[in-house]
Design a protein around this ligand. Structure first.
Ligand code: 3HC
Ligand code: NAI
Length: 714
């Protein structure tokens, strides 16, 4: 045995405590230590049963994900947990698994190898492997259907969602939910069952169902996976592995699972998703804002502006149980805002996302306001009024007067400089909190560091993002911040391609097939083409003469085609908002292109993808070098959570690494040659490509050398 496991005796019951902080992952040596403890318990005549429990905050979070990279790179041999789980299941004396926190992945597989499972009411169990691009690899797909039935097992393995302990008890996965002290309850339970025969999950056949029933379940699961997890291989592999549990004996089913597991583990999709798993945990690491930075308690908040964004942001706070004041200029605007919130909640109730009682409670937390009178009580204000520097500055001056000292003043601006702070006497309290639309749905929150934003304010916003269920990414203060700054060149290329002869739907289709949630032109129609048009008109004087600019979208706006809101944009929309190709647009664009003397040609799907995606990569590399993002993986996470980039490709920067930076660089050089200045390769990309490095290596080297600096808040 080793330090991972401690054994104590409680009146005839051996308690085996797993202790591998922070989450008791099954690191090398730990399974062996549990196995040795079980053998020891079997050999001890004074012991009748064992309880396996986790020390610290959780039972077992699964296999050690850090080991996967070592296995796929060949640095360490592949380890299988299967033999050691059989050793537990074959224990002569019963083993009770006592679960608190999470039993995820290998953790649940470990629990299912025990003869009984008890859990705290707040515990969760699940097979989330698909979220890492893999499938359960220690007989999870074989034991789970035997315990909960095929339908639930397929759902849990293919979708990866956790199940609460009470629900797991109803399914038969947990034998008893224990209120009060888990260890005491588990030991008492172990004594109760000590003299009974120890049931083995692998020998239970009662819930495996009939061939006919299962065929329908599996077909429905395939359809759901293809629709909801489009492009992902692991969910389909998980379904296939569960199918093996039905059609093969246990041992053969395990072999089939192993084969599928290995294929998934070595896939690019899994590497990409594991990159994101660790990347999400890196986000909170900000070089000059250490973990110990004090945070400002947030108990009451206010939102200024009850429009599209303000209303959504108010819902985000209310959903987290935080009382929120929602202010607008007049009764009419406020009524409209509150009405939209009510409608939004009503449709969530209709779709079964929320219960009516939950919604009533949330609505009670939102207090409409026409003045700043009650603002003296709030800890943070999020401003979401119309986009315009003069208006924002005047609102911030008002907030400065109305809010107590120490309150955070945040702006939801999508384009303006956070130097709005200059309008206040407390620039250290000013920061950007850039929510994405619809704010109550999208998980991304860009936290924009102003030149003077204090560390406490940054730390508070990062922590608050978690509490709100958002993924907060700290970004620098440049035009468009990170996400929208990259989105500009991406959408520019989409328009150029249409102006050069590609069909509107061909551009969108190529990018949807690449994996994006929507094509760039349909996205424009959804957000409103007029938004960008207005901004471009305002900034036209800043454009460098002689540089090609897309024009078709502006011309569509001049014709009143603003997108879905006017039922016409790049597409024509029916009353159900379904997009239809509009021959009028095709004819207009061809005519405008002829007038502009743009040669027309056949454009392949491959070129469409390269032009749009490499435009993202090139701008991302500039952002990284200019330090408006701390790490390449931060950019990846922004794209996954705010822009519908396919998670299984790991984000634009990871995708470029996967393709190979020399290849990406060479393609960008070709585009530079063909399309000139706009395609000048980013110097960092050139350097990395020429030295055979990747963005991920760049991140690692910067971090190891202590070169991660604060984001650029110029
Ligand atoms: N392996 C290695 N490290 C892990 C880990 C794992 N399975 N799970 C979490 N960690 C690490 C995190 O990287 C983080 O490290 P850091 O502090 O150095 O950044 C630390 O543990 C804490 O993690 P969180 O910040 O996520 O802590 P939370 O308390 O918010 O969440 C959790 C805890 C719910 C357990 C969450 O960490 C989680 O969901 N973990 C992953 C679970 C998972 O995917 N399990 C399946 C693994 S694959 C598998 O088991 C294959 C098997 O079938 C063979
Ligand atoms: P909107 O036009 O829907 O709503 C703006 C609201 O602000 C209106 O209700 C208006 O009455 C109110 N308002 C104006 N002046 C006010 C004042 N002095 N005091 C109180 N309320 C006032 O605008 P939207 O789309 O919600 O945008 C708000 C902000 O969010 C802008 O800065 C925008 O750039 C940003 N943003 C918008 C996104 C979007 O997709 N719409 C996405 C991310 C950021």
């Amino acid at each position: 045995m080793n330090n991972f496991v401690k054994v104590s005796r409680h009146d005839g019951v051996a308690v085996i405590t797993i202790d591998n902080p922070p989450v008791n992952a099954l690191s090398p040596g730990l399974p062996e230590a549990i196995g040795a403890a079980i053998d020891e318990m079997n050999a001890d005549p004074a012991v009748k049963a064992a309880v396996v429990i986790g020390a610290g905050r959780t039972f077992v979070a699964g296999a050690d994900i850090k080991e996967f990279g070592k296995m796929t790179s060949g640095a360490t041999p592949r380890r299988s947990l299967l033999p050691f789980l059989l050793r537990i299941e074959d224990s002569r004396k019963p083993v009770v698994m006592a679960i608190h926190g999470a039993a995820f992945g290998g953790g649940l597989e470990l629990a299912m190898a025990g003869h009984y499972r008890v859990a705290s009411p707040t515990a969760q169990v699940g097979q989330p492997e698909v979220k890492l691009g893999i499938i359960p690899g220690a007989a999870g797909t074989q034991r789970l259907p035997r315990l909960v039935g095929v339908a639930k097992a397929v759902e849990m393995c293919a979708e990866g969602k956790p199940v609460s302990a009470p629900d797991a008890a109803a399914l038969g996965l947990i034998d008893r939910v224990i209120d009060g002290d888990l260890l005491t309850g588990a030991v008492a339970f172990a004594r109760e069952i000590a003299d009974m025969p120890a049931p083995k999950a692998r020998e239970r056949m009662g819930k495996l169902g009939t061939l006919v029933e299962n065929a329908a379940i599996l077909a429905a699961a395939h359809d759901a996976a293809r629709k909801k997890q489009r492009g992902m291989k692991a969910p389909l592999a998980a379904i296939e592995a569960v199918e093996a549990a039905i059609t093969m004996p246990f041992e053969e089913g395990c072999q089939a699972e192993q084969k599928l597991f290995t294929e998934c583990l070595f896939s690019d999709q899994s590497k990409a998703l594991i990159h994101i798993f660790f990347g999400e945990r890196e986000l909170a690491k900000i070089p000059d804002v250490p973990k110990e930075t004090p945070v400002i308690p947030v108990n009451r908040v206010a939102v200024v502006g009850s429009g599209t964004m303000g209303g959504g942001i108010a819902m985000v706070f209310a959903n987290a149980g935080i009382p929120v004041l929602l202010k607008d200029v007049d009764e009419a605007a406020l009524d409209l805002g509150m009405e939209k919130i009510r409608k939004n909640y009503a449709s969530s109730v209709q779709r079964g996302r929320f219960k009516q009682a939950f919604v009533d409670e949330r609505l009670r937390l939102i207090t409409p306001a026409l003045s700043y009178d009650a603002f003296s009580d709030v800890d943070i204000v999020v401003e979401a009024v119309f986009e315009g520097m003069a208006l924002k500055k005047s609102v911030f001056a008002d907030l400065d007067r109305a809010c107590k000292p120490g309150a955070i003043l945040a702006s939801n601006t999508s384009t303006l400089n956070i130097e709005i702070a200059g309008a206040t006497s407390r620039p250290e309290a000013v920061i950007g909190t850039h929510f994405f639309s619809p704010a109550n749905v999208m998980r991304l929150l860009e936290i924009v560091r102003g030149k003077k934003s204090s560390k406490e304010v940054i730390a508070t916003c990062m922590q608050l993002s978690k509490r709100l269920g958002k993924i907060g990414v700290l970004v620098g203060n440049c035009r468009g911040f990170v996400g929208n700054r990259m989105f500009g060149p991406y959408r520019r290329e989409a328009q150029f391609l249409v102006e050069e002869g590609a069909d509107v739907e061909a551009v969108d289709k190529a990018l949807v097939e690449f994996g994006n949630a929507m094509g760039p032109l349909a996205t424009g129609d959804l957000a409103g083409l007029d938004v960008g048009w207005r901004i471009r008109k305002e900034y036209r004087h800043l454009e460098k003469p002689g540089i090609r600019q897309p024009f078709a979208e502006d011309r569509l706006c001049e014709l009143g085609r603003y997108g879905q809101k006017t039922m016409k944009g790049w597409y024509r929309y029916d009353e159900n908002r379904r997009a239809n190709v509009d021959p009028e647009v095709t004819a207009l664009v061809r005519k405008w292109s002829a007038e502009a003397e743009i040669p027309q040609r056949q454009i392949s799907a491959e070129e469409i993808v390269d032009r749009c995606i490499y435009a993202l990569v090139n701008e991302g590399a500039r952002i990284l070098e200019e330090r408006f993002a701390l790490r390449a993986v931060d950019i990846d996470i922004i794209y996954l959570n705010g822009y519908g980039f396919p998670a299984y490709r790991g984000g634009p920067m990871w995708h470029a690494d996967t393709v190979g930076l020399p290849k990406v660089y060479q393609r960008i050089c070709e585009f530079h040659h063909q399309h000139r200045e706009l395609w000048a390769p980013a110097p960092l990309l050139k350097r990395l490509a020429e030295s055979g490095k990747t963005f991920a290596e760049f991140d690692r080297e910067q971090s190891a050398a202590g070169l991660l600096e604060r984001v650029n808040s110029a």
